[in-house]
Design a protein around this ligand. Structure first.
Ligand SMILES: CC(C)(COP(=O)(O)OP(=O)(O)OC[C@H]1O[C@@H](n2cnc3c(N)ncnc32)[C@H](O)[C@@H]1OP(=O)(O)O)[C@@H](O)C(=O)NCCC(=O)NCCS
Length: 170
């Protein structure tokens, strides 16, 4: 299994990976694949942080981090993360997160936030975002809105996350 940056030729296959993955998801509105299509067209898209995991020339997983703002700081949101159902629970999701964080650090980002299951993201180092003073722009249980500090020396951020408009959050 290797992880590499997504390219334009992958878009169709990635669309299906996301769709298939979220059919089995705990929480899904069934439109995560369309969210990625919309995000790619916007200003929050970072091509280096749209990654695919490939096994035998087949795309089996995808991860996307897009830009968010917290006050005047530009940071990252991890969403969505998708692994084809037949390939789940084999460490592929974790490997995509780890590689995304490595690249994010080299690009100079200090924090990434994620909305999701603490059992999936806690292992990758995410803690409740409230730990860092980072607040969600919607009502959610504290344990489900998480953040990771990518750079040990990063300054504390206090503020509410503003996502790309494609997320449909006011
Ligand atoms: C969530 C998802 C990306 C995880 O990918 P994966 O390759 O199966 O994850 P990993 O094998 O790297 O597992 C990472 C950890 O998360 C846990 N985990 C994975 N899927 C889980 C689930 N559905 N519920 C609870 N824990 C889960 C694993 O048990 C593992 O922890 P462990 O090593 O302590 O057992 C994958 O299950 C998926 O695509 N799900 C459908 C889409 C989705 O829900 N995306 C996330 C939205 S928040």
């Amino acid at each position: 299994m290797k992880i590499r940056q997504e390219n334009r030729k992958d878009y169709g296959e990635v669309y299906n990976v996301i769709k298939q993955a979220f059919l089995s998801a705990e929480h899904s509105d069934g439109t995560e694949q369309d969210l990625v299509v919309a995000l790619r067209k916007g200003v929050s898209f970072i091509p280096d942080l749209s990654l695919v995991s490939v096994e035998n020339n087949k795309i089996i997983g995808h991860i996307l981090f897009t830009k968010i703002t917290i006050g005047s700081n530009v940071e990252l949101a991890l969403a969505p993360l998708s692994v084809l159902p037949d390939y789940q629970k084999r460490g592929i999701g974790s490997a995509l997160i780890t590689e995304g964080h490595r690249i994010a650090k080299t690009l100079g980002y200090d924090y990434s936030v994620v909305l999701g299951n603490p059992r999936v993201y806690g292992k990758a180092g995410y803690v409740p975002a409230s730990t860092y003073g980072i607040k969600p722009p919607f009502a959610v249980r504290d344990e489900n809105f998480m953040a990771i500090k990518l750079n040990r020396d990063a300054k504390t951020l206090e503020g509410v996350v503003k996502y790309d408009n494609a997320f449909g959050i006011d």
